[in-house]
Design a protein around this ligand. Structure first.
Ligand SMILES: Cc1cc2nc3c(=O)[nH]c(=O)nc-3n(C[C@H](O)[C@H](O)[C@H](O)COP(=O)(O)OP(=O)(O)OC[C@H]3O[C@@H](n4cnc5c(N)ncnc54)[C@H](O)[C@@H]3O)c2cc1C
Length: 202
């Protein structure tokens, strides 16, 4: 991981090699996008009616006008374009959508992902839901990247590990953890541990 972070700091491209030979599939990890602010998310399981749309079929005119792929109150399906192994237990996942749109996530916000996970007593589908923080530039159009550590018995991370290019993942967001605006504070200190990040402003 240390070597990976050094590469990130130098903005060295990491290739999606496993499924794509195109040099266009290389990508850069912007240092500014590493921050993940946590808090308040417990492990989530939902037994809910699907409120689902595909990212190419977004009908809301306002969302279309803003060229944003996410819809705050709906689960949107995104297609997995490619994956790349970063370490023995950590993988990059690139999801693609309309190349004229941005994902619609600000720095220090995250998304929710969900995957089917059995059935409840009434035989309705249950879902496992987990938050993730895309590491791609918030200005990127047509794709976003997740960096995910796969746990041996992790419900969602094992689901991610099983995905193949072309598979769909349901995403909801943005979940705004902190509204950051450029130059809002003179100094920002950060203390990071796992996915937790404590911000100190002055
Ligand atoms: C705001 C936010 C942003 C985040 N962003 C990211 C991100 O960008 N990338 C990322 O990788 N993670 C991120 N996380 C963490 C992520 O949401 C999940 O918590 C993580 O992926 C693990 O989920 P899981 O379903 O795979 O594991 P879980 O099923 O929740 O398991 C968690 C742990 O318990 C262990 N476990 C599970 N079942 C058992 C069992 N029966 N017996 C013993 N041990 C067991 C698992 O092995 C694992 O170690 C973020 C979290 C937050 C709060």
């Amino acid at each position: 991981m240390a070597a990976f972070l050094r590469r990130v700091a130098r903005s060295t491209p990491i290739g999606f090699g496993a499924h794509s030979k195109s040099s266009r599939s290389n990508f850069h990890l912007p240092l500014t996008a590493i921050a993940a602010i946590s808090g308040g998310f417990s492990y989530l399981y939902y037994s809910s009616s699907p409120n689902l749309v595909h990212s190419d079929q977004i009908g809301d005119e306002d969302i279309k006008t803003k060229n944003i792929a996410l819809i705050p109150d709906k689960w949107v399906e995104f297609k997995l374009q490619d994956t790349a192994r970063v370490s023995h237990d950590t993988h990059l996942y690139r999801f693609s959508f309309d190349p004229t749109k941005k994902l619609g996530l600000d720095v220090a916000s995250c998304i929710l992902t969900r995957a089917p996970f059995g059935q409840d007593a009434g035989e309705k589908p249950k879902y496992v839901i987990r938050p993730y923080t895309p590491i791609s530039d918030t200005e990127s159009k047509g794709y976003f990247d997740l960096l995910i550590k796969v746990y041996p018995e992790g419900k969602m991370s094992q689901h991610f590990a099983s995905l193949k290019p072309g598979d769909m993942v349901e995403v909801k967001g943005p979940i705004e953890k902190f509204k950051y605006t450029p130059n809002m504070k003179k100094n920002i200190g950060m203390i990071a541990g796992g996915s937790e990040l404590l911000l100190c402003f002055k």
